[in-house]
Design a protein around this ligand. Structure first.
Ligand code: MEV
Length: 318
């Protein structure tokens, strides 16, 4: 007997400008990446729905500390289904994005699961609904998120964003490529967001200037992306990296990864992306030299890839 199932997928993200400052009101620019999370919801026998990813299995009713975001999303969806129509299901999650790497894996998991499960139970699966569910899941995981990761995963493409609002999906005449290198060090976004809030309390005026500077950089990046001015994007990455370092989210390990990339003159600019404290670095590379620079990095770091900016956000899979 074939079992009824629904599969949805959603991309991870990189942040080109405005991470952390976006939580405090800055404009920011983020892009989807060519790595996705797939979530399949399938009907199962028995009365206990479950979530499965790699070797980890947890029942929806269990408070064992796993899949916190997905469980909260699933419970919220089910609460809108009349009892007599509820069936047991398994959500199985497959991800191409390492977790804790600053590449939006948790947002992509939440978006893909919310999209697959709303459709599976026959509720409205409009973009706004999926976004709201996924954002609620992010709040459980990260405390005070801006919504940027969820928005990038939902919309795809390159976006200009301000807390809670998509300002613009930036149209690119010709997509460009960016290099992404995972430093190998995982970290928790919520801890770093809390650390930055303390810095802001301590230096409110200086911090506000950095928020404003981050907004200006975001507008410049948006324009440079439209006009394909890669040198400009690279130089804004350098400024962004200095500001992120000042608020304490860079690390010696990330700085040395950035220095390592700068050994190659084809690297036009590099910065940490996402919450920092570990995680990943992105770099703008002279067109055509992306693959050799990736090979240069791959010898010393565990995971890297070149991404174009895919236009598509979440989608249902056949
Ligand atoms: C994390 O990917 C980005 C942060 O700015 C947090 C947020 O926007 O919610 C650090």
């Amino acid at each position: 007997m074939t079992r009824r199932s629904v599969t949805a997928s959603a991309p991870g993200k990189i942040i080109l400008s405005g991470e952390h400052f976006v939580v405090h009101g800055s404009y920011s620019v983020a892009a989807a990446i060519n790595k996705r999370v797939l979530a399949t919801v399938q009907e199962i026998d028995g009365s206990r729905s479950r979530i499965v990813s790699n070797d980890l299995v947890s029942h929806l009713g269990s408070d064992d500390g796993t899949f916190l975001g997905v469980k909260s999303i699933a419970r919220s969806i089910i609460s809108n289904v009349p009892r007599k129509n509820r069936e047991s299901f398994e959500i199985s999650i497959r991800s191409e994005i390492p977790s804790g790497a600053g590449l939006g894996s948790s947002a992509a998991v939440n978006v893909a699961c919310a999209a697959a499960l709303t459709k599976f139970v026959g509720l409205s699966s409009k973009e706004e609904e999926i976004q709201k569910l996924a954002f609620d899941g992010e709040r459980i995981l990260h405390g005070n998120p801006s919504g940027l990761d969820v928005q990038a995963s939902i919309s795809g493409g390159l976006i200009l964003f301000k807390k809670g609002t998509l300002i613009e999906k930036i149209h690119l005449e010709r997509p460009f490529k960016l290099l992404v290198v995972f430093s190998g060090k995982k970290r928790r976004t919520s801890k770093l967001v809390a650390k930055v809030a303390k810095i802001r309390e301590r230096y409110p005026n200086h911090f506000q200037r950095l928020v404003d500077s981050s907004s200006a950089s975001s507008f410049e990046i948006a324009l440079a992306a439209k006009t394909r001015n890669m040198e400009k994007i690279g130089s804004i990455f350098e400024i962004a990296q200095a500001n992120l370092s000042w608020i304490g989210v860079s690390t010696p390990h990330l700085e040395s990864l950035i220095e390592f990339l700068y050994q190659k003159q084809e690297v036009l600019g590099a910065k940490l992306t996402g919450a920092g404290g570990g995680g990943s670095v992105i770099a703008v590379i002279k067109e055509g030299s992306e693959e050799p620079i990736l090979r240069h990095a791959s010898g010393s770091y565990p995971f890297g890839f070149v991404t174009e900016i895919p236009e598509e956000g979440f989608r249902w899979e056949k």
